[in-house]
Design a protein around this ligand. Sequence first.
Ligand code: PGA
Length: 255
Amino acid sequence: MDKKNRNALIAGNWKMNMLASQVPAYWQGLEPGAKLAEGVSSALCVPFPLIPAVKAALAGSQVKVGAQDVSSHDKGAYTGEVSAAQLADLGVDYCIIGHSERRAYHGESDGLVNEKLKALLGAGITPIMCCGESLEQRDAGVTLSFVESQIKGGLEGIGPEEMKKVVIAYEPIWAIGTGRTATAEQAQEVCGYIRGVLGKLYGEELAKGVQILYGGSMNGKNAKELLAQPDIDGGLIGGASLKPEFADIIGAANE
Ligand code: PGA
């Protein structure tokens, strides 16, 4: 199995943006361009309270609904948290975990990301597990070893059958929301390296089937070149997913 046999995934990450009342107009702008070619999937990962509104707007579309975080706990006295079962109950198909903003502002460790990943798999939701280095780490030449440690930590105890249901997103922190996209070569280098790490953990055949996304200032203009890289199977898109431009990125994946 190689790139031709892996599906593409274009996932939007709305972060803490949008109101339920804005969803219908947003979808009206996006829908005409949000047709998916065979082998292309798409999802919008939205704030928890917007899930029902987005789910309703997307009814009849091929675009799926995702969340941006999940509790590592099943249920109980965890004020403010949202469980994987609650997300599944709302019809959520994907969930981002380990985003660098959660790691930075909420102190999320690889161990916690690992617990969240297991919670999602238990609920039948596809985890999109994020990794990526800071500018300091890139400048210090430790990008590959750091990303490798995040991958190994996040996937601790995950067997091969479970791994087939996990999506990885490589998002260099210095490229997120900065307009400074990694070059296609930089993004490919790390995504290819991640596939190599997965190969060592799970065998090459399985690694060849894992979807690896790039994220960090991906937009309608640079998507085509990034998506053409042999180990980049899609994108995790922040800013551009809030605009009709998101359809241009889907278009680039359709090609
Ligand atoms: P960006 O965000 O596309 O706005 O850089 C990507 C992300 O944080 O997932």
